[in-house]
Design a protein around this ligand. Sequence first.
Ligand code: SF4
Length: 327
Amino acid sequence: MKRIFSGIQPTGEIHLGNYVGAIRNWVYLQDEYDCIFSVVDYHAITIEYPVEEMRKRTLDTAIILLACGLTPERSKIFVQSHVPEHTELAWIFNTVTPIGEVERMTQFKDKARQHRANINMGLMDYPVLQAADILLYKAGYVPVGEDQVQHIELCREVARKFNSRFTPIFPEPEELLSMAPRILGVDGQSKMSKSLGNYIGVLEEDEVVWEKLRTAVTDVNRVRRKDPGNPEVCNIYTIHRAFSDNSMLIEIDRGCTSAGIGCIDCKKMLFENVKRELTPVREKARELERDMDYVVDVLKRGATACSEIADATMEEVRATLGLYSPR
Ligand code: SF4
């Protein structure tokens, strides 16, 4: 069975962008692939974060993954730092990665702009650690959004460099590009993000979700109710595409472009669809919060299974590098 690896950062609030762009897709992929999903806490520490919250954020993220439908029977679910071989392999990959390749990464440049006061080596090395995350398990496929394609290209480059300098042991993974619409934040401008405060959380209460949708930016040229709008430039319509069926999309397109419906009507329809899909997720999350032993056990089992694979890969890597091993 083909293997995939993907990870999610424990940011403290998993939002609709994460859900639509990644997690919902992962749930379906479980039926077709040998899946490994990680809460990537080593990645999360490359920017400033509240240390006292990291443990809770990590467990909360695991709860959401399980509540959304990932299951330990079909996937290995674990916390990245519980398998320290990730960082060991990243260090080894550092020795074959040209520095110019990481310097030109768009995400590094963006993050360096956002975190000017803390442009650290980890921030720059992020895609090399990502390559290690994937190649430690010799995953052939990586489900990603458009913004991560450059990192997967770098991962292939790292695999090629290693394979040609030493022994060819790593595959060159391919991206499984998500077909999900790219949801912006409620400001209608930037990618939905916890740090920008423009997000709708998967576990937020209905009243909070409605308030965020009610005040969300729509087509900025539709100023009055009688003005026709353009769904193609409206983020509410983009979110509809992720939660509403085709007949509703047609109804909204017609109603919007003819000014037959108002934005509040449109948002109410969206709210009902989001609520219908996320209420069971929220209920499952509450159930899991009352059964933390189960959640911890899932993560332990995931780490044990992943450690076995990681251990075998690192034995092979160390031998390939000519490192002395007493075993
Ligand atoms: S009616 Fe809907 S799609 Fe049209 S501008 Fe308003 S919110 Fe956007």
